[in-house]
Design a protein around this ligand. Structure first.
Ligand code: SAH
Ligand code: SF4
Length: 349
């Protein structure tokens, strides 16, 4: 697909045309990855972050947030809950830290979770930019997937959204290293950032394709009131961002038919049915939060985070019901690796 065509699809407004785009993407999904949804339980390890992204609620300079870090025992308990409830894998996500204490603690957690589940629980990390050595250490310890969103592939927009010491090139470099090490590599962007155009978003999709990415986690940009970007609060149209995100999912499914695409929680922050809408537009992964309720309120990247008061058991049965209503199955106890990654790995061998 050419860039011009992507921009045209992104600008579709007529409801019938939009519906037909989603239907095409859904049919492609059924043919390639099937109608199984895989769960990745998200453990929000800590809201301590050394970075200061202008859009994010847990940025270093937000002093209104009380900071926490889970103990290893708490993370292991959450991981075992996921395993016992037949979630094929977990995602450990956190604000970014690079100190040795952090690196070693994460390594210990990965090893223990692997040992306690006889290697069966899949472990994805979403812990920001790290050195090659750290990525390698965690990989050797047993993590096999890594999520690092590029946020936007447009250099000017990237610098508008981040302080000058945050570098898009460094992030790109990290993505390259992750792939070289052998991680299933995931990236994504925020959709509807102030100043973002349809042309930028089309370039983002082409980047996913050209980088040959295995997984995508992208979703709407949502305002957080305690951030510098809250100054755009009257300009950001959340409903528009939701629609644009669904189109991004659908077009990415058409261009990269066999990758894993997440229907992200931010979709649900805008519309209670947001995640189901994402699945119907071509996504096949859901990342239910499994963090203990006592921490959930402190891990708010954006306003309106859903399910703050629901524990993991409640979230599980709620999700089962929601997924049944749209006629999909849950891939319990499976890692649910993307056929794309399996193909890429086999090509290499
Ligand atoms: N610190 C790590 C992981 C946690 S942040 C990292 O940055 O990679 C995970 C993702 O949350 C980010 O990649 C960003 O895309 C998303 N995010 C942060 N603030 C957001 C907001 N206001 N709206 C929507 N997504 C946001
Ligand atoms: Fe920290 Fe990630 Fe938020 Fe940036 S997006 S401030 S790195 S948690």
């Amino acid at each position: 697909m050419k860039k011009k065509e992507i921009v045209e699809l992104l600008s579709l407004k007529e409801p019938e045309a939009v519906r037909s785009l989603y239907e095409r993407a859904y049919a492609t999904k059924l043919k390639t990855v099937g109608n199984k949804v895989y769960f990745r339980g998200i453990i929000e390890y800590s809201n301590i972050c050394t970075k200061n992204c202008y859009y994010c609620g847990i940025r270093r300079e937000n002093q209104k947030n009380s900071r926490y870090e889970m103990s290893s025992k708490e993370v292991i308990e959450a991981g075992l809950w996921a395993f016992e409830n037949r979630y094929g894998s977990v995602v450990i996500q956190s604000g970014e830290r690079n100190d040795k204490q952090f690196v070693d603690k994460i390594k210990g957690i990965i090893k223990e979770l692997k040992t306690l589940t006889s290697g069966k629980l899949g472990i994805t990390l979403s812990l920001g930019e790290q050195s090659r050595e750290v990525f390698e250490e965690w990989y050797v310890a047993g993590a096999h997937r890594y999520l690092l969103r590029i946020e936007t592939t447009n250099p000017e927009l990237y610098s508008k959204c981040h302080p000058s010491d945050h570098s898009m090139l460094k992030r790109l470099d990290c993505l390259r290293i992750l792939k070289e090490i052998g991680y299933q590599t995931g990236t994504g962007v925020m959709i509807g950032l102030p100043g973002q155009t349809l042309s930028h978003l089309a370039d983002d999709i082409l980047f996913f394709r050209d980088f040959d990415i295995d997984m995508i986690g992208m979703g709407p940009y949502v305002i957080h009131q305690e951030t510098p970007f809250s100054r755009y609060k009257d300009k950001v149209d959340h409903e528009e961002n939701l629609q644009l995100s669904l189109k991004m999912i659908a077009i990415t499914r058409l261009i990269m038919p066999d990758i894993n695409i997440a229907s992200t929680t931010a979709l649900q922050a805008i519309n209670p049915q947001g995640r189901e809408m994402g699945l119907k537009a071509g996504a096949n992964i859901i990342m239910p939060v499994i963090t203990d309720i006592k921490y959930r309120k402190s891990y708010q990247l954006y306003n309106n985070k859903p399910c703050l008061d629901e524990n993991s058991d409640m979230c599980k049965s709620c999700l089962e019901g929601r997924i049944a209503t749209i006629g999909e199955e849950i891939g319990y106890s499976e890692w649910g690796d993307s056929p794309h990654f399996t193909g890429r790995k086999n090509d290499k061998v």
